[in-house]
Design a protein around this ligand. Structure first.
Ligand code: F6R
Length: 615
């Protein structure tokens, strides 16, 4: 949830760290801080409540010299957002400074022991316990920082990515990871970068090492990267090439990343399908399916585990896999699955869906599925993240870094991968006729073009948005494949505009939510031409009869709905199962424009973070 960044080299560290924090701000933004060792070997720590810009303002006029430093942007778990609870945390003597992303589960016990030994704490965070423990072990055992961290972490239960500076040894940073991501960038001149993901590193080097759970690394200026495990045994770090362009990390002229990411979707889906669908647009090849064909084709059941928006993609995946492959599918919230003692068979295939690849609940669900002997398939966006490394195989969605906290292009990327997966398995299982398969593949390839048409509704939606800023509650209705789209539309609105919204299967409305409908209640209905169209028309009549205001998403050329709804938004026609890829677009735009009208920080909504690496 928090973002951490570090640098050691010949350059001034402060601007690199601030830029890095800005790139990681999507991970948390309630407070931020930086620690630098200057030329005189002073360890300067500056912290501020608020965003990275507040930290910068606070640092103005202060000594920000030095070419080694660490920095942190926080998403509070233990202790309110305040400069006191912000990271970096000093050790008792002021010799060490530490930043931490994760949660230390046994911090209370560790703290009690340290307090009993006379160590005073300055914050109420779980993180501070780490720096106090490391210093206590260093001093009482006469160890160097790198050794003391190994001893200390053997006592720690929980999730962490940490980095520590030692004022007495200004040419090194020690860092470590357990269940929270940490990437080390290898500079060309013996310099090192470290960060929660590759985005702050990409502009300086393309050579990175993704640390594994239990790894402790020593970044010493001019030296090779040293990595050991918790027992002190040397590990051989694998150097990888990253492929992130600077353009992907910038707003490219858009006011917000979210809007840029909404508009990028046609290009992203082309990237997602590139190399997987042939030029004749009649065959899908997924190497993960080729490599594990027997396992996947013979699946007795599929269980999809995911959270939030990825869970909504999973609901669409269920319908695709059940109808095309005739395999029963269950879709589970990863957070519930992990504690539910579910029945898992060895011939089950568990599909874990995650944009970030670091969601703690999804990782725990994967572990549970694997320990029960199931085969686990990952669908992920972030390259090299924990989920692709912990699943047996999988497919990257390849939509590029998603920086806006509210997921948009990752959702349509996930749905696209699920479409390709379902079609591939159906073809292998012979549950789809050859000509239908080809027709569907060809239509999938046309989706980016149709998305471009759907995006043309942007200006109309921008004009509509102010009407809905007054609303306290909104209802989103859809059926079949469009039911998860309704859920996703409601989630988008809630997240960024703070308007309460509910997604419902349209026919369920009469079993309760209809009581809420009055003239103050906007109802957004996905009413595209499909087999349930007439039923949805009846549902809209029910809303109208109670004075509700209806915005309907309809298929181009629909004249009936124009008479019924207060506003219609026209969408290009496509096959029913691909409709979510098109219908999501106006709902993303609607949430975006309503939030902008309400003056909200669309990319960094309150209380949220992009990567939920805690339970
Ligand atoms: C909503 C959103 C969240 C995430 C959820 C899972 O816009 O982004 O609901 O979908 O936290 O995250 P990932 O997909 O990274 O596992």
């Amino acid at each position: 949830m928090c973002g951490i960044v570090g640098y050691i080299g010949q350059r001034k560290a402060y601007p690199i760290l601030i830029k890095g924090l800005q790139r990681l701000e999507y991970r948390g933004y309630d407070s931020a801080g930086v620690a630098l060792i200057d030329e005189q070997q002073h360890l300067n720590v500056y912290k501020a409540k608020g965003k990275v810009a507040d930290l910068e303002a606070y640092c103005e006029g202060k000594d920000t010299g030095g070419s080694v430093g660490i920095a942190h942007t926080r998403w509070a778990t233990h202790g309110e957002p305040s400069s006191q609870n912000a990271h970096p945390h000093y050790s008792a003597s002021g010799r060490l400074a530490l930043i931490h992303n994760g949660i230390i589960e046994n911090y209370a016990t560790l703290k009690e022991n340290l307090v009993a030994r006379g160590i005073a704490f300055r914050s109420v965070t779980d993180s501070e316990v780490l720096v106090q423990l490391v210093e206590y072990i260093m001093v009482s055992n006469g160890l160097e920082l790198y050794e003391a961290v190994q001893v200390a972490l053997r006592q720690v239960i929980g999730a962490y990515a940490i980095a520590i500076l030692d004022r007495e040894h200004p040419s090194q940073i020690v860092c470590a990871r357990q269940s929270s991501p940490l990437v080390v960038g290898l500079g060309a001149e013996g310099d090192f970068y470290l960060a929660s993901d590759a985005s702050p590193i990409a502009e300086y080097t393309d050579r990175v090492v993704y640390l594994n759970d239990g790894d402790i690394a020593l970044l010493r200026l001019g030296d090779e990267l040293h990595v050991v495990n918790l027992s002190g045994e040397a590990r051989h770090p694998k150097v990888k090439q990253i492929d992130v362009t600077l353009g992907q990390l910038e707003k490219g002229g858009y006011p917000y990343f979210m809007l840029k990411e909404i508009f990028e979707q046609p290009a992203c889906l082309r990237d997602c399908m590139r190399g997987r669908i042939n030029v004749d647009a009649d065959r899908i090849t997924l190497s993960a399916v080729i490599d594990y064909r027997d396992k996947l084709v013979a699946a007795r059941r599929v269980i999809i585990v995911a959270c939030g928006t990825s869970w909504h993609a999973g609901l669409i995946g269920k319908q695709l896999i059940e109808s095309l492959c005739r395999i029963p599918v269950e879709v589970e919230y990863a957070s519930e699955f992990r504690y539910r003692d579910p029945v898992i068979y060895p011939d089950d295939v568990v599909i874990a869906i995650s944009q970030s690849g670091e969601t703690a609940d999804t990782l725990a669900a994967i572990e549970q599925a694997r320990s029960a002997g199931a085969f686990v398939f990952g669908i992920c966006n972030a390259i090299g993240a924990s989920i692709p490394r912990q699943t047996q195989t999988g497919v990257y969605i390849h939509v590029g870094p998603e920086i806006g906290v509210a997921s948009t292009k990752a959702f349509t990327g996930q749905v696209t991968v699920l479409c390709m997966l379902a079609l591939t398995l159906a073809n292998e299982r012979r549950t789809i006729a050859g000509d239908v398969y080809k027709e569907m593949v060809a239509e999938l390839v046309r989706i980016p073009e149709k998305m471009e048409l759907a995006l043309k509704a942007n200006e109309q939606i921008e004009r509509l948005a102010p009407i809905f800023t007054y609303a306290h509650n909104c209802l989103y209705l859809g059926r079949g494949y469009n039911y998860p789209v309704a859920l996703e539309g409601a989630l988008k609105l809630k997240e960024i505009s703070y308007i309460h919204a509910e997604g419902y299967p349209a026919a369920e409305m009469k079993h309760g939510p209809i009581a809420l409908i009055d003239s103050e209640m906007p109802v957004f209905v996905i009413a595209t031409r499909d087999k349930l169209y007439d039923k949805v028309v009846s549902n809209i009549e029910e809303v109208r009869a109670r004075g509700g205001r209806v915005v309907a998403l309809v298929t181009e050329g629909d004249t009936q709905m124009a008479k019924l709804a207060d506003h219609i938004i026209c969408l290009p026609d496509t096959m029913e199962c691909f409709q979510p890829l098109i219908a999501s677009i106006p709902l993303q735009l609607l949430a975006y424009h309503i939030a902008v009208c309400k003056g909200k920080d669309v990319d960094r909504p309150r209380n949220l973070a992009k990567s939920v690496t805690v339970e």
